[in-house]
Design a protein around this ligand. Structure first.
Ligand SMILES: Nc1ncnc2c1ncn2[C@@H]1O[C@H](COP(=O)(O)OP(=O)(O)OP(=O)(O)O)[C@@H](O)[C@H]1O
Ligand SMILES: [Mg+2]
Length: 378
């Protein structure tokens, strides 16, 4: 899949921009604060219906305006599709070929991206919930039923927690309702764990060779830190452990009004040379681990979906030495559509620049280098 055309209106600092993208390398260059990341963010939002940055949907609307729209024409092998997202102060609407989408989980698995954004270093440094969200998105774009399972689990979790609070207030009496919720949550957990363990196995199969090509180190692994203490997927063990935990934790959970074990409490640990990268890796190393992880994500996607997602790279080459930059570039094959931002073309390998379509952002305008100016009202 290739994003052929992108049209944005009232998005962040853009009033209007219409862009024709190259099916291979695209580079957006400009000084700090001109709106480079905003272009990648628009593509991200069109693909995943939410931004990766902090803030709400309405923060995406250009200041002083009431609504935004992002439209994309995507080329597949022998057909095209048009995607559109409209956000105003009260609602968000998503369309495929002008028909409104009701079920977002189905939409997410169509026009897919893999992105490296500066905040992604938080995948290592940040909170467990951020790592769970990342994992959920990655698996969700591969298998749409996965997100349905996760959404249903979260709905039941909320109900369970509310019921636990009520039991604590009213005194423990009838457990039948809780038993029903428990069984449903166990059933969903088995399904979700299967996806998570399988996905991480795919990633762990290729991550060492990628990290070795980038850095020379091959001892890297992502550990699934399961709050149930389970090391690998085992249906019976998951069921058994969850039943036992629900039983033994009941009074504690009633007091706290929340479910203290389960997949909503799990985490990922990035191990390099058997050490936790969150604690031991330098800033540059953490960046490289995340880049290797993103390349692994891209390759797993290709293996499963038989095509590459669109790759968004925000200022990926800064803070990385030249040798390692060149090693990253080796993964940017000609059949991957890549959209890169930079403040300085010198940060990007010459061969890549030569084969790229280059967009210059200056004084609120996007111009194609050596070509015509893109339409953009001030
Ligand atoms: N809702 C909004 N309305 C108008 N302008 C906005 C809005 N949100 C952000 N901006 C502006 O967008 C600009 C930032 O754009 P962006 O993050 O894309 O910059 P950048 O080119 O990536 O910069 P850097 O090189 O520092 O990463 C800022 O000038 C900011 O004030
Ligand atoms: Mg930026």
């Amino acid at each position: 899949m290739k994003l052929k055309e992108l049209k944005i209106k009232n998005f962040r600092n853009y009033s209007e921009a219409n862009l024709l993208l190259s099916p291979s390398i695209n580079i957006f260059i400009g000084d700090n604060g001109v709106g480079k990341t905003n272009i990648l963010e628009a593509i991200y939002v069109l693909s995943l219906t939410k931004s990766a940055r902090y803030g709400t949907d309405t923060d995406l609307i250009k200041l002083g305006e009431n609504n935004l729209s992002i439209e994309g024409i995507v080329d597949y092998d022998d057909y095209q599709k048009e995607y559109k997202i409209n956000i105003d102060k009260f609602s968000k609407r998503v369309y495929r070929n002008n028909i409104q989408i009701k079920k977002i989980s189905e939409y997410l698995s169509e026009f897919c991206i893999t992105s490296f954004l500066p905040n992604d270093i938080e995948i290592i440094k940040g909170s467990p919930s951020l790592r769970r969200n990342t994992l959920n998105i990655e698996i969700g774009i591969l298998y749409n039923q996965y997100l349905d399972y996760v959404n249903e689990y979260n709905r039941l979790l909320k109900m369970r927690n509310e019921y636990l609070k009520r039991l604590n207030l009213n005194g423990y009496s009838d457990s039948k309702y809780l038993d029903v919720i428990n069984l449903k949550m166990i059933d969903l957990s088995v399904k979700i764990y299967k996806f998570r363990f399988n996905y991480l196995e795919e990633i762990n199969n290729i991550l060492p060779s990628i990290y070795k090509k980038l850095t020379g180190i091959s001892n890297i692994k992502i550990l699934y830190d399961c709050s149930l203490g389970i090391k690998e997927y085992d249906e019976e063990l998951i069921k058994d452990t969850m039943l036992k935990k629900y039983k033994s934790n009941l009074y504690k959970e009633m007091l706290q009004g929340m479910t203290i074990t389960g997949l909503h409490r799990d985490d990922l640990i990035f191990l390099v040379n058997n050490n936790d990268a969150k604690i031991y890796a330098s800033q540059g190393q953490q960046r490289l681990i995340v880049i290797a992880y993103k390349i692994a994500e891209l390759l797993v996607f290709k293996k499963i979906k038989k095509e590459y997602p669109i790759l968004l790279l925000d200022d990926v080459f800064s803070e990385i030495d030249i040798k390692k930059r060149n090693n990253i570039v080796k993964y940017l094959k000609s059949d991957i559509q890549v959209i890169i931002t930079t403040t300085d073309l010198e940060d990007i390998q010459e061969d890549l620049v030569k084969s790229a379509k280059i967009f210059k952002i200056k004084n609120g305008e996007i111009k194609i280098k050596g070509g015509a100016k893109c339409k953009k009202k001030k």
